[in-house]
Design a protein around this ligand. Structure first.
Ligand code: GDP
Ligand code: IMO
Ligand code: MG
Length: 423
């Protein structure tokens, strides 16, 4: 069987956690391929809300195997607390979770370095989640990182001391305070805890599943506009969040990729710094934030809100080879009599463009909008044929522009608030 990929087309927080959980019963395997504890994936069912950071969102489905792939940066301290939070739900996590030996380890000094680098950037800070993502990927690419498989070696403590010493030499230049004894103790406790889980050669594991004919869903973190190559650099995360990242982050050959599900919100949000052409700094932005409860799942920070941005969605669809679109949070737009859709940009040279310019940070990008009529009725528990005509028109307008079918509409945070549409 092919490996389907599900990923965010905007700046993250599109609702990936909810949809992976909804789709998981159709899959034998769910595999996270990049990112780490910067992600916050929310799932809601039976009146309970769960936020997962590193554990794949298939974990609540008892028949689904979950893989943390080699492309992930794993913080064992966060991992331990995530597992402990799940303990009251009677899940067989020890049997259903498999961690790549090649996943990079986040050590406590990575988080301190994140803080130091952000501090040094001052006003130009990225707005990082400060979970140690950039510094741990830096060490991976710099060929000095530690990997999960290393914890099984008798020389692990020695390697850890060598790496953290290199970090201290940098940290000494910054005004960062910390209690190293405490951090080191928590880290070593969490390493002992991690040893109790299945550490596997996940590239063999997943290719064996492909050969067996298992159904596999690759779960992305962040969003395409935060991709290290294609996002709004330097205001991005440090991994490839796009479809190609599923190949390198899991050891899956490109010819094994099947459906690519691209998730987007019916409007736009962004948390952290960086360009956001359709951002609403007025009362409408505030109304969106309130109606959509747009506060970060990982850091609690208010998310910046704005109208949907078709040039950037078209860009993400192109880079990812999206085959199906899933539209989230349609219910949130209920509050508007008029809904705006950005179809083009006007650039500082006066030209109109449907493409994202290279210079996103210093270029003045003015969105060109088309206004559509809002539906102004609650969407809770509707089915496809009960959709208000204005919503049906909004969907068909987007499909005509984006040239990819929208096969799912989400109308609330719960599993059941999901409307399927035929392709
Ligand atoms: P992820 O990072 O892509 O998994 O998304 P997050 O979990 O960070 O953010 C999405 C937020 O929207 C969460 O609080 C979800 O519970 C919520 N959510 C998901 N789908 C819908 C929806 O269709 N309507 C509403 N109102 N909320 C939703
Ligand atoms: P999920 O998977 C939204 C943003 C941060 C910051 C930038 C870099 O929940 O969609 P990092 O911590 O990676 O150094 O931060 O990326 N960011 C996210 N924004 N959702 C996420 O993940 C994010 N992960 C990182 O806010 O602007
Ligand atoms: Mg999130």
């Amino acid at each position: 069987m092919k490996v389907d990929v599900l990923l965010g087309l905007q700046w993250g927080d599109e609702g990936k956690g909810k949809i992976v959980d909804v789709l998981a019963p159709r899959y034998d395997v769910v595999a996270r391929f990049q990112g780490g504890p910067n992600a916050g994936h929310t799932l809601e069912f039976d009146g309970i809300k769960h936020v997962l950071h590193q554990i794949p969102s298939g974990i609540f489905r008892p028949k689904t195997k979950n893989i943390i792939g080699n492309g992930v940066v794993l913080d064992p301290i966060v991992f331990k607390s995530e597992i402990e939070k799940l303990s009251k739900f009677n899940l067989d996590v020890k049997s259903n979770l498999f961690i790549s030996k090649k996943a990079t380890l986040i050590v406590p000094t990575h988080r301190l370095l994140d803080e130091a680098y952000e501090l040094a950037k001052g006003e130009n800070k990225i707005g990082s989640t400060l979970k140690g993502i950039g510094p741990s990927y830096q060490d991976k690419i710099g060929r000095q990182g530690l990997r999960c498989g290393d914890i099984l070696s008798s020389t692990f403590t020695e390697k850890f001391k060598k790496l953290t010493q290199a970090h201290f030499d940098i940290l000494n230049k910054y005004p960062i305070s910390y209690d190293w004894n405490e951090l080191e103790k928590r880290f070593m406790d969490s390493i002992a805890f991690l040893k109790g889980f299945n550490l596997v050669d996940s590239e063999y594991f997943i290719n064996h599943e492909i050969k067996k004919g298992s159904t596999i869903l690759a779960e992305g973190a962040q969003g395409s506009l935060l991709d290290i190559d294609f996002g709004s650099y330097p205001f991005v995360t440090s991994s490839n969040t796009v479809t190609a990242g599923a190949c390198t982050g899991l050891g899956v050959a490109p010819r094994h990729i099947g459906e690519v599900y691209g998730i987007f919100k019916a409007y736009s949000t962004r948390v952290g710094s960086g360009p956001f052409p359709t951002e609403l700094l007025d009362e409408d932005g505030e109304r969106l934030r309130k109606a959509g409860n747009e506060f970060g799942s990982t850091t609690g920070r208010p998310r910046r809100c704005g109208w949907i941005d078709l040039p950037s969605l078209k860009y993400s669809i192109m880079i990812n080879g999206v085959t199906q679109l899933l539209m989230m949070k349609a219910d949130v737009l209920n509050i508007f009599r008029e809904i705006k859709v950005c179809t083009h940009y006007t650039l500082s040279n006066g030209k109109t463009s449907e493409e994202l310019p290279y210079e996103l940070v210093n270029e003045k990008i003015t969105p060109v909008y088309t206004s559509l009529k809002g539906w102004e009725v609650p969407l809770t528990n509707i089915s496809e044929n009960q959709m208000p005509s204005e919503l049906a028109y909004y969907i068909s307008f987007l499909e005509k522009e984006l040239l990819v079918p929208i096969t799912l509409i989400s109308t609330g945070p719960d599993r059941i608030q999901t409307v399927y549409r035929a392709k």
